[in-house]
Design a protein around this ligand. Structure first.
Ligand SMILES: Cc1cc2nc3c(=O)[nH]c(=O)nc-3n(C[C@H](O)[C@H](O)[C@H](O)COP(=O)(O)OP(=O)(O)OC[C@H]3O[C@@H](n4cnc5c(N)ncnc54)[C@H](O)[C@@H]3O)c2cc1C
Length: 371
């Protein structure tokens, strides 16, 4: 059974057809004359695999390939805490950002509430976001999209004496070290093909493919020649602390404790323009101290691993279509990159938008390429 587009939540009595059926993307009708159109997605992070799955499931008459230099467990997405909430991007209509958030949240909630939850690494997570100063906007744009959003009571805030205001809610944690292999399988099941390879330029792909979808994250700086893209360095530790069940995030975004399926992620740093990929011991110490100030028992937790990742920073994510002149050929390119610190949160939502843009490319394609 296929769901209608856009995705709807599954219902308990919907018959299960495959392991992925709860949230499968509905195939698009009326484009079957496009049989054999070759689509390539560049990037195997959470944005690339989400986009590739949406296209392969919705456009089964196309041949869909995914190319990437790095796959799980070596992408930025793999190390992200994967908690779902977001900051506002300045130049994108809030309605569009809300739709990205909602489509992602609903898609992942379906998984979190299904039997696939442990295998896909997707779980519900409840906790608090706390602020040293009362924020101007007490209700973020996604407050009605998560579950049970409310302001914290004075009694709840008592344990955070340096903080004046807080929000309590239930959201989702999506652990990409499990979710990416799960999406990979789902892509293969939908007929997709995967190849490990560095792409040096989009020109390189112009003869072999009819539509190019660029989901190369920070790699877009070079691949799309986009100087707006820059690294925002983040350092985290994974610790063993099974007694911690609630997330705690300082509203400044720099200090957080996120309990997960097998460990607790504590962080972090946000360093604009910093390309360093090695762990900085001074920063690790500072993270343990800052998190210990919010949750004293963190100092008792055993460190399991330390990790640094470079967020694909950009003023706004780029989710748009262009027609590029590549080696004398006009090739449609759909860009989907630059999600900064919110790529896990927004991946499925922007993937559905990218799918819409690919469909638009197919509609505009000259008859010759459709045959
Ligand atoms: C410490 C930290 C914590 C985070 N926590 C969260 C969180 O809690 N919630 C949240 O929503 N987000 C979080 N993020 C942000 C999130 O990790 C990113 O937004 C997301 O991973 C971006 O995904 P992506 O697919 O665009 O990029 P990536 O995961 O970096 O994937 C890019 C892909 O493109 C490929 N590629 C690039 N260039 C080329 C090329 N030339 N040829 C071939 N392949 C290429 C790469 O090999 C890779 O496969 C966090 C990030 C960090 C660093």
């Amino acid at each position: 059974m296929w769901l209608t587009f856009p995705l709807q939540r599954s219902t308990a009595n919907r018959p299960s057809v495959t392991r992925f059926s709860t949230c499968r993307v509905a195939p698009v009708r009326g484009l079957s004359s496009m049989k054999g159109v070759r689509v390539v997605v560049v990037g195997a992070g959470v944005v690339g695999f989400s986009t590739a799955v949406c296209i392969a499931e919705a456009l089964p008459f196309c041949s869909v390939s995914l190319l990437a230099e790095k796959f799980s467990p070596d992408t930025t997405s793999d190390g992200a805490a994967g908690i779902l909430f977001a900051a506002e991007f300045p130049d994108i209509p809030l309605e569009r950002q809300r739709r990205w958030f909602k489509n992602s949240f609903d898609h992942l909630l379906d998984i979190a509430q299904s039997r696939n939850s442990p295998e896909a690494g997707v779980m519900l997570s409840s906790g608090w976001q706390i602020f040293k100063d009362v924020p101007a906007d007490k209700k973020p744009f996604w407050s009605e999209l998560v579950i049970g959003f409310r302001s914290m009571t004075d009694a709840e805030l008592k344990r955070f004496p340096d903080h004046k205001f807080g929000q309590a809610f239930t959201t989702i944690k999506c652990e990409c070290s499990s979710y990416l292999p799960w999406l990979h399988q789902r892509f293969i099941k939908a007929g997709g093909q995967v190849e490990q390879r560095k792409v040096n330029s989009l020109q390189e792909l112009s003869n072999a493919y009819d539509v190019i979808v660029n989901c190369s994250g920070l790699g877009s700086k070079q691949l799309a020649g986009d100087d707006e893209v820059h690294p925002v360095r983040g350092q985290v530790l994974k610790v063993e602390a099974p007694w911690l069940k609630h997330f705690i995030r300082d509203g400044d975004g720099k200090t957080y404790i996120y309990p997960g399926i097998h460990s607790v992620t504590i962080g972090g740093t946000r360093q604009e323009g910093d390309w360093r990929l090695h762990v900085d011991e001074g920063e690790a110490k500072s993270i343990v101290e800052r998190c210990g100030a919010l949750e004293p028992s963190v100092s008792r937790a055993r460190v399991l691993s330390e990790w640094v990742g470079l967020r694909p920073g950009r003023r706004n994510p780029r989710v748009e279509r262009e027609v590029a002149q590549l080696r004398g050929r006009r090739v449609p390119v759909v860009h989907n990159y630059g999600h900064g610190g919110w790529g896990v949160t927004l991946a499925w939502g922007t993937a559905l938008d990218a799918l819409g843009l690919v469909r638009m490319c197919l509609h505009k394609m000259p008859q010759r390429a459709k045959l």
